[in-house]
Design a protein around this ligand. Structure first.
Ligand SMILES: Nc1ncnc2c1ncn2[C@@H]1O[C@H](COP(=O)(O)OP(=O)(O)O)[C@@H](O)[C@H]1O
Ligand SMILES: [Mg+2]
Length: 148
């Protein structure tokens, strides 16, 4: 939690995303808009991972209370600590890599639909990350997804 606090204070954000912080080499912290969305994203992420969908590991849900108790100046926000995926969103890819990433995304989304999960914004090209080294695609951003 200390490392998350430092990341927020130092504005160690990913690119121009002011809600995604680099906590350390393998972990990011996502600032959530409210409690419901934080729980939803965390729970859906865990459920997807349990069902062998390619998603980042969800490590911890950080409540504003716990964060605030830790440091009086901490922000009053909910955060999720999750696995950091090193790669590019589909937007940042081209050529065969982009093709492969989209192919994997479609396969993963078919599996997600089969789990009876509604995934409205999953086709946005910045809502999946392709690990270019391991050639593996990860779905992200489940804030608006829900189990039917
Ligand atoms: N687990 C992660 N590992 C690495 N980068 C990430 C991760 N999650 C999000 N990002 C980066 O942050 C961006 C925004 O994340 P996202 O979850 O889509 O937030 P938003 O709800 O603001 O759309 C992504 O497009 C990606 O570039
Ligand atoms: Mg997004």
């Amino acid at each position: 939690m200390f490392k998350l606090l430092m990341a927020v204070i130092e504005s160690r954000a990913i690119g121009d995303h002011d809600n995604i912080y680099i906590v350390d080499d393998g972990i990011i912290g996502k600032r959530c808009r409210n409690e419901d969305r934080a729980h939803n994203e965390y729970n859906i992420g865990k459920y997807l991972l349990d069902n062998e969908i390619q998603v980042p590991k969800m490590y911890q849900l950080i409540t504003p209370d716990s964060f605030h108790q830790f440091d009086n100046n901490a922000p009053e926000d909910w955060f999720i600590l999750m696995q950091r995926i090193k790669g590019e969103t589909i937007n940042g890819l081209a050529g065969t890599e982009k093709k492969e990433a989209i192919h994997q995304r479609n396969l993963e989304l078919e599996k997600v639909s089969a789990l009876d999960i509604h995934h409205p914004d999953s086709a946005h090209d910045d809502n999946s990350i392709f690990d270019t080294k391991r050639r593996k695609l990860y779905l992200i951003d489940f804030e608006h997804w829900r189990r039917l």
